[in-house]
Write a protein that binds this ligand. Sequence first.
Ligand code: DC
Length: 226
Amino acid sequence: MNKIVIAIDGYSGCGKSSTAKEVAKKLGFTYIDSGAMYRATALHFLNENLSPLRAEDVEKGLKGLQISFQFNPTTSQQETYLNGVNVEDEIRTMRISERVSEVATVKAIRTALVAQQQQLGQKKGVVMDGRDIGSVVFPEAELKLFMTADVETRAQRRQLELLAKGEQASLEEIKLNLESRDEVDSNRTESPLLKVSDAIEIDTSSLTFSEQVEQIIDLVKKVTLN
Ligand code: DC
């Protein structure tokens, strides 16, 4: 299999991360969760009591920010580290979901994270998911996908994920959070979420997880055979 870059963008909670992770595993590619980087940044700003909307706080926050990923052989998952501390579970909580879109509107923060994402993907053989991967991070990606699903389905899936981690949240609360993040992510000035013209849309509302993965693997085969 040729080493290509697969960019997966789309709305919050439509299964981008879990699908991207499985596709990467099947292909022997590296998976990079760019949303985890925005989440870790939001956690850092909260921990340090910094406002992402104040320029001097942003400068200070970015100076003291180090994000990395490490594979955990026990869980067979790649986990997110903030300044050397494993924050994988903490960044998935509603507390962070409620703050992260604001952090992701800030140009200086995006510039810093995009530079790190480009560096992580420079050797190719990567699957990266986010909101601006096909448009800004890897505009030359060989395969660009745009994933969607209706908001009810997304909220139900997210509720199950949170429950599996011991966090209870109502469907209504989750739905409101997904809708408000979609709204902020799609309408911000800096790198808004959009479907670029060369992206292939995949609506996962009525697809099973393995169907989603198989559709993408088929597309990868087509791209790499050409
Ligand atoms: O993929 P996620 O839900 O974990 O992402 C969390 C937030 O980070 C999302 O609401 C928007 C932001 N984000 C972004 O602006 N650009 C990316 N490439 C990835 C995420």
